[in-house]
Design a protein. Structure first.
Length: 360
């Protein structure tokens, strides 16, 4: 069945995937294969050695849930555990039973969502989890050790389905993306979690987002076919722009918009990488965005600071297009590798995972 999401482990050498067939799979390049070879690693015929290596499935967690597994995420510190969220309303924590073995067993099942759980995400410390669902809620869970988690907060300020949750790469700050056309930013306050800001600007469902590698910017993608990039203002300005709603200490503004002409259908996924080897990188000092869409295409966009414009405004330009990246199927997920710049994993409704390399 369709592959909903893929997730790299912290080392960038393993990939987890989840599917409508209720399974989770863990993949890696065959031992000894130099898959992530550089552009200079060529064989005698001028071919990159990585293109001749193959990947293997290390483990299959069959019937991981009773319904579609919608989201999968490797634990970000050691990559030993995997979290999965399912349309059966539960989130599961899986851990390797032996360091020398790639078999996973369920350590804990987290229950609470009234119906479909849409996404699960780890905080950078690995001590917190966030989940979201069709019940309009965001749940935050804290590790108690031994693979178990306790719910410490249930956030109910969205008015429609919550499609995705995403942690800031350096701080315990959470973003959620919703069918109500908004993004909410959550932070801890006196042992509880509160809505620090509501970001409005998209005109339809916000499917997901990605922080820049340093966390300075947040990119979001939507059913309105645009990509928007947001930056936080250090001090709230008087006379805020129409369509924004602030808490006293936090405000955000849109610093770039990629128009709806880039994709012809809803954009479902976005990922942000820091840099890629090549001449173009000098002009793209904030790295590259990848987007996946219902028009079956993947787009690569360079991001750079705009000269001579308002402080913080960005230039976002199309640099590469992958038409029919998954044949005639929707592209559900795009994920840059965290350790090997320029390597991108994508998944689609065709039940296939593809790995691409950006050459500039």
């Amino acid at each position: 069945d369709r592959v909903w999401q893929v997730s790299w482990d912290p080392s960038g050498t393993r990939l987890a995937s989840c599917s409508g067939d209720k399974s989770v799979r863990v993949w890696s390049a065959i031992s000894g294969a130099s898959f992530f070879a550089s552009t200079t690693d060529m064989d005698v015929d001028g071919n990159r050695s990585s293109l001749t290596s193959t990947w293997q499935c290390l483990d299959v967690i069959d019937n991981a849930h009773k319904r579609t597994v919608r989201s999968v995420a490797f634990e970000p510190t050691r990559g030993r555990a995997i979290a999965t969220a399912s349309f059966d309303g539960t989130t599961a924590i899986w851990e390797k039973t032996d360091e020398s073995d790639e078999s996973y067993e369920c350590m804990s099942t987290l229950e609470g969502h009234e119906n479909e759980a849409k996404c699960v995400a780890w905080a950078p410390s690995g001590q917190l989890l966030a989940t979201c669902g069709r019940d309009k809620s965001v749940w935050i869970w804290e590790s108690t050790g031994e693979g178990d988690f306790d719910c410490i907060s249930v956030l109910m300020e969205h008015t429609q389905d919550v499609k995705m949750v995403l942690w800031h790469p350096k701080h315990e700050l959470l973003a959620s993306f919703s069918y109500d056309d908004t993004i909410r930013v959550w932070k801890e306050d006196d042992d509880d979690w509160v809505s620090a800001a509501t970001i409005s600007g998209h005109t339809s469902t916000v499917w997901g987002g990605a922080f820049s590698p340093e966390g300075e910017y947040l990119a979001s993608v939507s059913d309105d076919r645009t990509v928007r990039v947001w930056a936080q203002n250090a001090v709230q300005e008087s006379g805020s722009e129409e369509g924004f709603y602030y808490r006293p200490d936090t405000s955000y503004r849109c610093v770039a918009v990629v128009p709806d002409s880039v994709h012809s259908r809803a954009i479902y996924s976005v990922s942000w990488c820091a840099s890629v080897a090549g001449e173009q990188s000098a002009k793209s000092d904030l790295g590259f965005l990848a987007t996946g869409s219902g028009d079956n295409a993947v787009r690569i966009l360079s991001v750079s600071r705009k000269e001579g414009a308002a402080a913080g405004d960005l230039d976002v330009a199309l640099v590469s297009t992958l038409e029919n990246a998954h044949g005639l199927s929707d592209v559900n997920c795009v994920q840059w590798n965290p350790k090997y710049p320029g390597w991108l994993a994508t998944s689609g409704d065709d039940g296939v995972i593809r790995i691409w390399h950006l050459e500039l």
